[in-house]
Design a protein around this ligand. Sequence first.
Ligand SMILES: [Zn+2]
Length: 119
Amino acid sequence: MASLCGRIVLAAAKRNVTYTPVRFCKMMNDPIEHATGIEKRELLAKQAGNPDPFDMRVFKRGPGTKDSPNLIPSAFDARLVGCVCEEDQTYVQWMWLYQGQPKRCECGHWFKLVEKAPV
Ligand SMILES: [Zn+2]
């Protein structure tokens, strides 16, 4: 927003426009006022202090045994999970995880889907 206002001020100064850019910037609304639906819920969750409401961050694997699998949150019955099995691996091993069905990756780590409240 600040860079946009700066660009508007510079463009107005170059063109010798008579309107005042500060007034124009005050007229622009906050993006949260324009957002609707899932985007608005995402912005509200971020505003409430949750920077990753959809759990899209990269998870560090734990022990990943059958008794204590890596827990993957999901608001749905299934989720696509990628595992970088070896540290220097050049591809991601993708697999579908389903509710109530822990799954073992080719590298031996176990993953389990846990229910999460939707955003
Ligand atoms: Zn793996």
